[in-house]
Design a protein around this ligand. Structure first.
Ligand code: 7GP
Length: 833
C-alpha cells in the first residue's frame, strides 16, 4: 500500500526535513546527540567504540538523506537501472571511506579532536564487513563505489550473512578458523522490515488450464522462507549520488511458523523450523575459486535470486510499462554463475505468473542479463546435480530442460553434421548423476559474456566456451579488464601519496579521472618530488613494520626490501613457489662468507592470506611458511638479511596498510590460471614494483607501464599444456636448485618433513600441475635482478613514479563505463542541484 502525505499537509514535513551537517560544530552536535540518545551514553562513559558509533551515526544520517534523495531522483527520472547480483561484497570498513567520499574527513578529524579523540583510533574500531572471499567479492565492492561516483542508477543485491569470512589465527604454524560474527552494532545497515518476499522451496508442479484454454504450470505446496531487506547506503565520491546495496536476510515466514505444531505442544520443533529458515543466510561459504555443490549453497543462491528478482519486477511493474520494455529499464549483471538461477526465475515469473508466451519471455530475459566469468579453473565451474535441483526447485529444473531443448534444437539445425557438439554444449551433462552446467546456462541466457582481462577472455573463447563462440558468433563474448577504485586504494589507503599527487596536479580531480595521473610523469626527475615520494614509501613501510611488530613480535628493518604476497592461498597462485624461493635464499645466505654477506640486499618476505578450511594443500603451504619464518627469523647467521613474516587474518583493512608499504609484490600464478588479479593493480598504484608471470592483468599492466618497469618471468600460457603433458610422458626432472630446497625440507630443517610431503610430492611425483619446477630457475634469476635493481635506489624510484603515472587505465571507473556502454546500455543520471 502506498502511503503518501497529501499536498496540503506537506508543509510541516518540508519545514522539518532532515538536513546534513557541513561544519565542525554541526558534526559535534550530531555526534553528541547520538552518543547521548541513540547510544544512551555520556561524556563520562564514551570510550573509543562509542566515539566510533557516534561518528558513524552522524555520517549515516548524512548518507541516508542523500540516499533518499538519490532514490527519489532515480524513480522520478525513470531511467534504465543496473542491478549487480553478487553473492559476495567484500566491503571492508565504511566510515573512513564515507568521510572521504563526502569530503568531510577533515571536519570529522577536528571535531573528534575537540571531543577528545584521535580520528585514527576511532576509525580502527570498525569491524570489516567481510562478506566475500577474495577478488570476486572485492570487485563487487569496487563496482559499488564506482557506480555511485559516476552517478549510475545502480543497485547491488546480495546476502546479509550473519557470519562473514572466518577470522584466521595462526596457532603453532597452523591456520585456525574463528567465526566472524560481525553484525553487532553495525550502523551501516537499515533493516526494512516492511520489505519482505516469500521464497518457496521444494513442492511440486501442477498443470492447469487458464480461461483461454492454455496449459500453464503452477509450483505449489513448497516450504516458504521469508526474505527481509537490509539496505546499505553507498556514497559516491564527490557527488550527491548515494546508491543502495540491498542484502537479504532469511527468516521463517510468519505464516509458516507452524502454529499447528505449536498448539500441539511441539514448541521445540516449531522453533527448529524457524532456525532452519534462518540458516539460509547464516554463513558465507569460505571457498575461493572452488565449488562444492552443497544443498544449502543452492538454497542461498535461489533465495537471493528470487528475492532480488521479485524486488526488481515489483519496481518495474509500478511504472506500468509493457513487458517488452523490461530490458530498456533493467540491466542485470551476474557476478559469476552464482546468480544464474535469476535467469530461470525471470523466465518463470514471465511465463507462469505474468502469462507471457515462452519466446517473448525468453527474448526479454536474454536482453536483460549479462554474465561475467572470473576463472577458467575447472574446479570453480559450478555444476548442480539434477536430482538435487529436482527436489529443491522442481519448476526451475523443468524450465532449464526446456531452455536446453530449444537451444539444442537450434544448434542441431545449424550444425547438422557435428554429432558431438550437442553433448558438448548441452546444459545437462550426461553424468551420474546428471549435472546442470551453470556457465552454459548463463551464456545461453545472457546477451553478453565477459572475461576479466584480455588473456582470460581470449582463453575463454579459445577453450572453455569455444563451441559457444561457434554457435553465437564472437559478438556475445567480450573482455572488460578489471580495475580498482582509486578512492579506497590510493586516497584512503595512502593519503600522503594522494596529497603529494594532488599538490602537483592542483587538486584531487585525478580521483575521478585517473588518467590524469600521467601528468605526474614529468616530475620523475624533480628532486624534491622524488624525495617526498621516497619519504612517503618509507613512512608507509614503518607503519607496516609497526603492525608486524604488534601482531607477530618480530622487528623488521624498514630499509630492507619489502617483498609481499598477499592473496587467498591457492596452489595456482603459487605461494609455494615463493616460499621455496625464500628457502633457496636462506640456504644461499647460510653458505656465504662474511664478505659475501655484505653484498646481500636485506629482504623481508611478507605473506598473508586465508586458506579455504577444507583445502589441505593450501593449509600445508601456510604451515610451511610459518615454520620457515620460525627458523629463519631466529637464525643469528642471517640476522637482518632475511626475515619471513606471515600476517594473520589478511583482509581489506590490512590490505590498506600493506599495499602502500611494498617495494615489490608477487603475482606469480601459473600462466593462464589467474583471471585478472586486482591486487597487482593496487600495489603498482601505490608505487610498488611487481614480479609476475605473463598472466591475467599483469600483461596489460606491462603494456601500460612499460616492460622495463616490471619483473616478468616464467613459462607462457601457450606452453602450459605441453609442459604438463611432458611431465607425464617425457619423464620429469626436478629443477636442481629446487631439489636443494626439497633436500633441506627433507632434512627436517623446517620441522617434521612428513608434514610437507604432500606438497613436495605433488611436484616431484604427481606431475607438478602448476609448473613450480619449470618456473623455479627463472623465478630465482628474476629475484636476483630485483635485488640488483633495488640497489640502485634512484632508478628504482624512477620506475615507481613512472609506473604510478601510467596506471590510469586500471581505474574501476573505466571498467564501469565500459560495462555501462557495451553491456548494460545505461546512462548516468546527472545530479545538478
Ligand atoms: C577472481 C579471480 O581469481 C581473479 O583473478 C580476479 O581478479 C577476480 O576474480 C575478479 O575478477 N575469482 C574469484 O575470486 C572466484 O572465486 C570463482 O572465482 C567463481
Amino acid at each position: 500500500v502506498e502511503a503518501s502525505i497529501p499536498e496540503p499537509l506537506r508543509e510541516a514535513w518540508r519545514n522539518h526535513s532532515a538536513t546534513e551537517f557541513t561544519s565542525k560544530e554541526d558534526f559535534e552536535k550530531y555526534f553528541v546527540r547520538h552518543v547521548e540518545t541513540t547510544l544512551a551514553r555520556s561524556l563520562y562513559n564514551c570510550d573509543e567504540l562509542a566515539a566510533y558509533s557516534g561518528t558513524a551515526l552522524a555520517f549515516r544520517d548524512r548518507l541516508i538523506i542523500e540516499w533518499n534523495r538519490t532514490q527519489q531522483r532515480q524513480t522520478f527520472t525513470d531511467q534504465k537501472r543496473v542491478y549487480y547480483l553478487s553473492l559476495e561484497f567484500l566491503m571492508g570498513r565504511t566510515l573512513d571511506n564515507a568521510m572521504l567520499n563526502v569530503g568531510l574527513k577533515d571536519v570529522a578529524r577536528d571535531g573528534l579532536s575537540d571531543l577528545g579523540f584521535r580520528i585514527e583510533d576511532v576509525i580502527n574500531q570498525e569491524h570489516d564487513a567481510a562478506l566475500g572471499n577474495g577478488g570476486l567479492g572485492r570487485l563487487a565492492a569496487c563496482f559499488m563505489d564506482s557506480m555511485a561516483t559516476l552517478n549510475y542508477p545502480a543497485w547491488g543485491y546480495g546476502l546479509r550473512y550473519r557470519y562473514g569470512i572466518f577470522k584466521q589465527e595462526i596457532v603453532n604454524g597452523y591456520q585456525v578458523e574463528i567465526p566472524d560474527y560481525w553484525l553487532d552494532n553495525n550502523p551501516w545497515e537499515f533493516p526494512r522490515h516492511e520489505i519482505t518476499v516469500d521464497i518457496q522451496f521444494y513442492g511440486n508442479v501442477k498443470k492447469y488450464q487458464d480461461e483461454n484454454g492454455r496449459i500453464l504450470n503452477s509450483w505449489e505446496d513448497g516450504e516458504i522462507v521469508q526474505a527481509i531487506a537490509y539496505d546499505v547506503p553507498i556514497p559516491g565520491y564527490g557527488t550527491k549520488t548515494t546508491n543502495n546495496l540491498r542484502l537479504w536476510s532469511s527468516k521463517a515466514s510468519s505464516g509458516e511458523f507452524d502454529f499447528q505444531k505449536f498448539n500441539a505442544g511441539d514448541y521445540e520443533s516449531a522453533v527448529a523450523d524457524q532456525q532452519r529458515a534462518e540458516t539460509i543466510s547464516a554463513v558465507l561459504y569460505p571457498n575461493d575459486n572452488l565449488e562444492r555443490g552443497k544443498e544449502l549453497r543452492l538454497k542461498q543462491q535461489y533465495f537471493w535470486c528470487a528475492a532480488s528478482l521479485f524486488d526488481i519486477v515489483r519496481r518495474f511493474k509500478k511504472t506500468k510499462r509493457a513487458w517488452a520494455e523490461f530490458p530498456d529499464q533493467v540491466a542485470i549483471q551476474l557476478n559469476d554463475t552464482h546468480p544464474t538461477l535469476a535467469i530461470v526465475e525471470l523466465q518463470r515469473i514471465l511465463i507462469d505468473m505474468e502469462g507471457l508466451e515462452w519466446d517473448e519471455a525468453w527474448s526479454i530475459v536474454t536482453k536483460t542479463f549479462g554474465y561475467t566469468n572470473h576463472t577458467v579453473l575447472p574446479e570453480a565451474l559450478e555444476k548442480w546435480s539434477v536430482p538435487l535441483m529436482q527436489n529443491l526447485l522442481p519448476r526451475h529444473l523443468q524450465i532449464i530442460y526446456e531452455v536446453n531443448l530449444f537451444f539444442l534444437q537450434s544448434v542441431e539445425k545449424r550444425f547438422p553434421n557435428d554429432r558431438d557438439i550437442l553433448s558438448r554444449v548441452s546444459i545437462i551433462e550426461e553424468s551420474h548423476p546428471k549435472m546442470v552446467r551453470m556457465a552454459y546456462l548463463a551464456i545461453i541466457g545472457s546477451h553478453k559474456v565477459n572475461g576479466v582481462a584480455e588473456l582470460h577472455s581470449d582463453l575463454l573463447k579459445s577453450t572453455l566456451f569455444k563451441d559457444f563462440v561457434k554457435i553465437y558468433g564472437p559478438d556475445r563474448f567480450t573482455n572488460v579488464t578489471n580495475g580498482i577504485t582509486p578512492r579506497r586504494w590510493l586516497h584512503q589507503a595512502n593519503p600522503r601519496l594522494s596529497a603529494l599527487i594532488a599538490e602537483k596536479l592542483g587538486g584531487y580531480d585525478f580521483l575521478k579521472d585517473l588518467t590524469l595521473l600521467d601528468k605526474i610523469e614529468v616530475f620523475v626527475d624533480d628532486k624534491a618530488f622524488r624525495e617526498e615520494w621516497a619519504v612517503i614509501k618509507r613512512e608507509n613501510k614503518l607503519r607496516l613494520a609497526r603492525h608486524i611488530k604488534a601482531t607477530t613480535g618480530y622487528d623488521v628493518n624498514p630499509n630492507a626490501l619489502f617483498d609481499v604476497q598477499v592473496k587467498r592461498i591457492h596452489e595456482y597462485k603459487r605461494q609455494q613457489l615463493n616460499i621455496f624461493g625464500v628457502i633457496h635464499r636462506y640456504l644461499s645466505i647460510k653458505a656465504m662468507s662474511a664478505e659475501e654477506k655484505k653484498k646481500v640486499v636485506p629482504r623481508v618476505s611478507i605473506f598473508g592470506g586465508k586458506a579455504a578450511p577444507g583445502y589441505w594443500m593450501a593449509k600445508t603451504i601456510i604451515h610451511l611458511i610459518n615454520n620457515v619464518a620460525d627458523v629463519v627469523n631466529k637464525d643469528p647467521e642471517v640476522g637482518d638479511l632475511l626475515k619471513v613474516i606471515f600476517i594473520a587474518d589478511y583482509n581489506v583493512s590490512k590490505a590498506e596498510i600493506i599495499c602502500p608499504a611494498s617495494d615489490i609484490s608477487e603475482h606469480i600464478s601459473t600462466a593462464g590460471t589467474e583471471g585478472s588479479g586486482t591486487s597487482n593493480m593496487k600495489f603498482v598504484l601505490n608505487g610498488g614494483l611487481i614480479i609476475g608471470t605473463c598472466d591475467g592483468a599483469n600483461i596489460e599492466i606491462t603494456r601500460e607501464i612499460g616492460e622495463q618497469n616490471i619483473f616478468l618471468f616464467g613459462n607462457l600460457a601457450e606452453d602450459v599444456e605441453d609442459l604438463r603433458h611432458r611431465h607425464f610422458y617425457g619423464g620429469f626432472k626436478l629443477d636442481p636448485q629446487l631439489e636443494r630446497v626439497f633436500d633441506a625440507i627433507k632434512d627436517n630443517l623446517f620441522g617434521d618433513k612428513t608434514d610437507f610431503s604432500a606438497l613436495t610430492s605433488s611436484i616431484e611425483e604427481h606431475g607438478d600441475y602448476y609448473l613450480v619446477s619449470d618456473d623455479f630457475n627463472s623465478y630465482i634469476t628474476t629475484h636476483e635482478m630485483v635485488d640488483e635493481a633495488f640497489q640502485n635506489q634512484e632508478e628504482w624510484l624512477a620506475k615507481s613514479i613512472t609506473s604510478v603515472a601510467r596506471m590510469g587505465f586500471f581505474s574501476m571507473d573505466r571498467v564501469t563505463n565500459e560495462y555501462a556502454d557495451s553491456i548494460w546500455n545505461v546512462e548516468p543520471l546527472d545530479v545538478t542541484d
